[in-house]
Design a binder for this molecule. Structure first.
Ligand code: ADP
Ligand code: ZN
Length: 434
């Protein structure tokens, strides 16, 4: 289902004409209103009179550090009297960054969120349980406005209070849920512990995102809640949730709303633009944002573009599932690995629950990793069979080595002994001193 047929299916040549027009406007605007950009463009010797999309590759990047240096409002491109909303990123990596929106920005954001929901098969007949955190985090309110824009009913639940969430899931009978994948798991697990058959709820769709998760975890969540779980991507700096979203027909890769965001994938080491299809760091330029436009923002998220046409009919390129960002990549004895890849291996092994923690240490010059993972209740009740546990331990060690090339220490732990998360999961304990 396509919410904005006109803009989501534009032939690529037409889309590119629109992108160029919007790019020309935003580049001019930031050059004349934000001192940071004037200085950066002048220094790089690029003119704001941009003639083709291709010229963008010569423009300087904007980084999280630039945002920090201009904290809080230094990169805003409109006077404060036009700003109607402020948000701040959750600060998963370092101090938070502040973003602002005009009325128009909020309208556009709501429409893009509505596109996501409609694309996932939701209509005004749906009731949506929104368990993303409300507040400075963009997740809660971003999703909220999108549901209202679509005309569905929103339950503004926010995060936390898991028992109450489960009660309302039963009583209000929402047909869709929005939260992080890790929280979807927590809900499934708590519900089961309360003796509730979570598969019997009216839920049929989950719009899950805000953190990396694997295809295997998707299957587990779909199975535990009897829903279709869809992947949604976004980041506060660029807008919040709704920058890209899977479609129900393809369910493979997330369509980037390219009429609002220009996406590039670059080689993170050289900064060169890579051809579509190659993996690298994702870089966005906002094309329509008024309050807080960003030119060539380096997300540090690693992915690749899927330029092949999608069965759904959208002409928008897709972004492959983001497995992590360059700054949460672990380098264990020279092997690059993301926590989400380890998750993928763990979730594929029988007898384990998808709750794990990675402890990274440094011994001398060597990095070591310990994987702690919960065994499930069924297995744990048979734990006297130490052999079974040993076998699983051996299997994890072998699979991590075979699939990822990582040598790990493995520790099986009791069900429910590792932390649970209401928002974004934080599973890595890095004891290395840099
Ligand atoms: P913070 O940078 O403080 O975490 P955000 O809440 O803006 O702030 O988080 C955005 C980041 O979350 C993205 O850059 C990306 O790394 C991650 N993210 C969001 N959605 C997804 C998703 N569907 N899959 C993988 N990672 C995601
Ligand atoms: Zn599609």
């Amino acid at each position: 289902m396509i919410y904005n047929e006109e803009f989501e299916t534009l032939p690529r040549e037409v889309l590119e004409v629109l992108q160029l027009k919007r790019l020309q406007q935003v580049v001019q605007r930031v050059y004349h209103t934000v001192p940071f950009y004037k200085e950066a463009f002048d220094k790089a010797g690029v003119s704001p009179n941009i003639k083709s999309l291709d010229e963008l590759r010569h423009f300087p990047f904007t980084t999280k550090n630039d945002l920090r240096d201009n904290y809080p409002f230094g990169l805003f491109a409109v006077p404060m009297d036009r700003v109607v909303r402020l948000h701040a990123s959750s600060g998963t990596t370092g101090s938070s960054t502040v973003v602002g929106y005009t009325k128009r920005d909020i309208e556009n954001w709501s429409e893009l969120m509505a596109r996501c929901f409609f694309g996932a098969g939701l209509t005004q007949n749906d009731i949506v349980h929104n368990a993303y955190g409300y507040g400075l985090f963009t997740g809660g309110l971003g999703v909220h406005y999108g549901i209202e824009k679509l005309g569905a009913s929103v339950i503004p639940m926010s995060g936390g209070n898991t028992k109450r969430q489960i009660m309302l899931l039963q009583d209000f009978g929402p047909t869709a849920i929005c939260c992080t994948p890790s929280y979807a798991l927590t809900l499934a697990e708590q519900g089961e512990a309360m003796g509730i058959d979570m598969r019997k709820l009216k839920l049929r769709v989950g719009i899950l995102g805000a953190e990396p998760w694997s295809e295997t975890l998707r299957k587990q969540i779909e199975d535990a809640l009897d829903i279709t779980a869809m992947n949604i991507y976004g980041l506060s700096e660029i807008m919040g949730p709704g920058v890209a979203m899977e479609c129900a027909e393809g369910k493979e890769g997330m369509h980037v709303f390219e009429d609002h965001f220009l996406v590039e994938v670059i080689d993170p080491a050289t900064g060169d633009v890579l051809p579509p299809g190659e993996e690298g760091e994702v870089v966005f330029t906002t094309l329509t944002k008024e309050a807080f436009p960003l030119i060539r923002y380096r997300t540090r998220d690693l992915s690749r573009l899927i330029p092949e046409p999608c069965v759904c009919g959208r002409s928008l390129y897709r972004l492959e599932r983001v497995m992590g960002r360059s700054d949460d990549m672990l380098i264990i004895r020279g092997v690059n690995v993301f926590p989400s890849q380890i998750e993928d291996v763990l979730v594929g092994i029988d007898g384990l629950d998808p709750h794990y923690q990675l402890v990274v240490n440094r011994q001398g010059t060597l990095d070591t990793i310990e994987v702690k993972v919960e065994v499930n209740d069924r297995l744990f009740s048979k734990a006297d069979e130490i052999k079974t546990l040993q076998k699983i331990e051996q299997k994890i060690i072998k699979d991590l080595k075979d699939f990822l090339g990582v040598t790990a220490k493995v520790k099986l732990v009791e069900p429910n002994s590792l932390p649970r998360f209401e928002g974004k999961a934080s599973r890595v304990i890095d004891n290395r001193k840099f």
